[in-house]
Design a protein around this ligand. Structure first.
Ligand SMILES: Nc1ncnc2c1ncn2[C@@H]1O[C@H](COP(=O)(O)OP(=O)(O)O)[C@@H](O)[C@H]1O
Ligand SMILES: Cc1ncc(COP(=O)(O)O)c(N)n1
Length: 267
């Protein structure tokens, strides 16, 4: 008999297997933590995009959360697609009730093909209720612009300003992801109120980046669950996602998924 660190994902299901719950559970498994899940919405999705969104009832989400947290517990929790203000309110309430530490909030808003994974009117609930509970938030550039409600973030200079503003929204720390920068370097900027640390890798020339954000945030949660520091966790996550993008998969005819097992190919 042995024990294992536990990580919980609260997110949407991606039938195509590249993002959402499926990406999170695969990442947890690859990082050696026991994964549990609360499904907020089912999406009919493939490499060509999101073909349907079917949110779960609040009753279903609450029952799933109680089932996991009242028995198994979680050393870290990660949120992804939350879809509505009501779901955000419920998840925030239960995170407080169960006193979960190590909360990674990936403020998922729009899928790569443009479909809405968070209703426009839910951005305020996300900003005021869930982000302040987070150990770390991991917005991409368009999500950061929506949270801050102003300006466009186009350069590393803009990112340095934005990451400070995001911190003042209330999370303990921020990783602002620069995947959407038009730059040779894919820079993610960490800020915890004191340290500002850039995590840089050369940009990989591929369109197959479905699930990068989910995988990155899930990896941070897995490393936190094992007791690693936040900076160590982000360092591992950046290496993990880079390998996953380098070896991304040409499945389907659209935007293929990242390869969650790629780190095993590395010598
Ligand atoms: N083409 C790329 N080459 C290397 N790293 C990338 C590339 N695209 C995204 N990343 C990295 O993948 C992670 C997810 O970033 P991003 O694509 O911005 O998030 P999202 O999937 O939420 O839009 C970040 O660590 C980012 O730097
Ligand atoms: C259910 C679900 N959740 C999240 C994403 C975002 O994916 P990405 O990590 O590519 O931004 C998605 N496409 N589907």
């Amino acid at each position: 008999m042995s024990t294992m660190a536990k990580a919980l994902t609260i997110a949407g299901s991606d039938s195509g297997g590249g993002a959402g719950i499926q990406a999170d559970l695969k990442t947890f498994q690859e990082r050696g933590v026991f994964g549990t899940s609360v499904i907020t919405a089912v999406t009919a999705q493939n490499t060509l995009g999101v073909h349907g969104v079917y949110p779960q009832s609040l009753e279903s989400i609450e029952a799933q959360l109680h089932a996991v947290l009242s028995d198994i517990g979680a050393d870290a929790l990660k949120t992804g697609m939350l879809f509505s203000a009501e779901i955000i309110e419920l998840v925030s309430k239960l995170c407080k009730e169960y006193n979960v530490t190590n909360i990674v909030v990936d403020p998922v808003m729009i899928a790569k093909g443009g479909s809405e994974l968070l209703q426009q009117e839910a951005v305020e609930a996300l900003t005021t209720q869930l982000l302040p509970l987070a150990t770390v938030i991991t917005p991409n550039l368009p999500e950061a612009e929506k949270i801050l409600g102003a300006g466009s973030i186009k350069t590393l200079g803009d990112m340095k300003e934005a990451v400070r503003e995001l911190k003042s929204v209330g999370p303990q720390s921020v990783v602002l992801k620069g995947g959407h920068l038009e730059d040779e370097i894919a820079t993610d900027l960490f800020f915890d109120g004191e340290r500002m640390i850039p995590f840089e890798t050369p940009r990989i020339n591929t369109k197959h980046t479905h699930g990068t954000g989910c995988t990155f945030a899930a990896c941070i949660a897995a490393e936190l669950a094992k007791g690693n520091s936040l900076v160590e966790s982000v360092t591992v996550a950046k290496q993990f996602i880079t390998a996953a993008i380098e070896h991304s998969l040409m499945l389907g005819t659209g935007i293929g998924p990242t390869n969650h097992a790629a780190h095993r190919l590395k010598k």
